[in-house]
Design a protein. Structure first.
Length: 218
């Protein structure tokens, strides 16, 4: 093999590796230290909410694509056990709730239409999901992560025709609640306690039934 061919082959291999390399990421930390997300380093992250707004709003993106993240306080779940909050989101919230949220945060000028919704309940923290048609007839994607006292809504879409769903999914899955480890430990302890109580109740019921049968035989 000639030196020129070797060099060309090496260059092609390096180019292929570069094409498949993961983009550099940057971590955004919620100013109230409730969660973090990771996003492409060349996608600036800016706070778009006002100090008087009830929800923290963040825009992450470039000219042709954007993700908006809203951390909305939930008084009805604040202070509740983690397992109670977790179980409350194991079923899909429904398209009406997604439409209400998107319009309430003015994500797509009140013209975003929900085309699909669901929930991934296979994870410890259920993830609500939705797909939209945006105000510019592009595809929009969204997820909801709930923790005690806060709902974190994330909406992403492109303004051009490029498919950026892998990037959006990367942002979505990078979400980590600051207290997730402690909350999960708390929830797992509650689950174990509930399972033990259910097992004890079942054993007591079985013993009572056996005793009743013994009395009948006499």
């Amino acid at each position: 093999m000639s030196k020129r061919l070797i060099a060309a082959t090496a260059f092609a291999a390096l180019s292929a590796l570069a094409a498949h390399a993961q983009p550099a990421l940057r971590t955004f930390t919620d100013p109230q230290n409730r969660f973090t997300i990771q996003h492409p380093a060349d996608w600036p992250a800016d706070v778009i909410s006002r100090p008087t707004d009830p929800a923290l709003g963040i825009a992450v993106g470039i000219a042709d694509a954007e993700c908006k993240v809203f951390a909305a306080p939930r008084a009805d779940s604040a202070g509740k056990p983690a397992d109670v909050v977790r179980r409350a989101y194991q079923t899909a919230i429904g398209r009406a709730e997604w439409k209400k949220a998107a319009d309430g945060f003015n994500v797509w000028n009140d013209r975003g239409m929900v085309t699909e919704d669901g929930v991934d309940a296979t994870r410890f923290w259920p993830v609500q999901t939705a797909s939209f048609t945006t105000d510019s007839d592009k595809l929009g994607f969204a997820v909801l992560q709930a923790r005690p006292g806060v709902d974190v809504w994330m909406f992403c879409s492109s303004y051009d025709n490029r498919d950026r769903k892998p990037i959006f999914d990367q942002i979505f899955t990078s979400f980590v609640g600051t207290n997730d480890a402690a909350l999960q430990a708390e929830a797992e302890a509650a689950i174990a306690q509930r399972s033990a109580q259910e097992a004890a109740a079942a054993a007591a019921a079985a013993a009572a039934a056996a005793q009743k049968n013994q009395k009948k035989k006499r």
